[in-house]
Ligand binder design. Structure first.
Ligand SMILES: [Cu+2]
Length: 293
């Protein structure tokens, strides 16, 4: 009874401390320091939840483990006048079952929740509202908007590599980066392809990246939910100017998106920049012009 009451008294300061700590948390801390606000795409909140919950569980395990280590070291420390080894503890079945079962439950739990999240992210969406092809190339990006424009033959936007020391203060002129436009709250399918070597399409605030691999098309499916401009970069070391392989994603309203598609058509950028511009001449079936033999 007495120890029960003592526990209850201990619970009060613990709860108060937790409330004070959590109330003082910034949005950034509550999101486990992941980039971007909530709800950037239909996948980001699930990923954030998995990340933050995992940390809470692991920190609880850590606190219990560190607590037991310190407690054992203090309570069973060598006292004055003690010699030899203390009584050794072994074959303690309850403890052995405990430290086998608990990690097993944790690992299975992490696996199950990760697999569930991954399945929902990787699940193909049939007939996405918007279909886009992203061709990665050393060291920029070509964006094809398929099934739109005159005769639904598509429109395209070719990208140029970022230039170092472009501005007078030595920074990059971000207004000249390749830009991918996406309409807000519309489902998007992106086909990822490469013209030469492995690249990786990464928008940090989307909490997702996927590789562009020559000869293999990858797909990603998501719905952007927040208007704004998001920075993107190549996340696979691809050569000298890998660090300048930058782009931006602008999530805009449907009207702005349609106007942008129309502006590409007006500039005569109709059709798509397909695999005929691939420069990897070792790839089977590649018809790209080759250097003189
Ligand atoms: Cu790259």
């Amino acid at each position: 009874m007495r120890s029960n009451r003592r526990l209850r008294w201990a619970a009060v300061p613990v709860a108060v401390t937790l409330i004070v700590i959590l109330a003082g948390c910034s949005q950034q801390q509550l999101r486990g320091f992941l980039p971007g606000p909530y709800g950037v795409t239909n996948h980001t909140d699930g990923i954030t939840g998995l990340w933050v919950t995992s940390w809470i569980v692991l920190l609880l395990v850590g606190i219990i483990t560190w607590g037991l280590i310190i407690w054992a070291a203090v309570v069973y420390r060598r006292r004055k006048g003690q010699t030899g080894l203390p009584v050794q503890l072994r074959y303690n079945l309850p403890i052995e079952i405990f430290y086998t079962i608990v990690p097993l439950i944790l690992v299975l739990g992490f696996f199950a929740f990760t697999a569930k999240e991954q399945n929902s992210i990787e699940h193909p969406v049939a007939n996405s509202d918007v279909k886009i092809e992203v061709y990665a190339k050393r060291w920029a990006w070509d964006f094809n908007y398929t099934d739109v424009g005159p005769g639904n033959k598509g429109v395209y936007s070719p990208g140029v590599q970022a230039q170092e020391n472009e501005n007078s203060d030595g920074t990059i002129d971000r207004a000249k980066l390749p830009v991918l436009y996406l309409p807000v709250n519309k489902s998007v399918q992106i086909k990822l392809a490469s013209r030469d070597v492995d690249h990786s399409f990464w928008v940090p605030e989307f909490l997702y990246k996927k590789d562009n691999i020559p000869g293999k098309d990858n797909y990603m499916f998501f719905t952007p939910q927040k208007l704004g401009t998001y920075e993107g970069k190549c996340a696979e070391l691809c050569g000298d100017y890998h660090s300048l392989m930058l782009f931006q994603v602008k999530v805009v309203t449907s009207d702005e998106y349609d106007a942008y598609i129309q502006s590409l058509a007006d500039k005569g950028q109709t059709g798509i920049l397909g695999p005929e511009y691939n420069t990897n001449t070792n790839q089977p079936g590649n018809k790209a012009p080759q250097a003189d033999k």
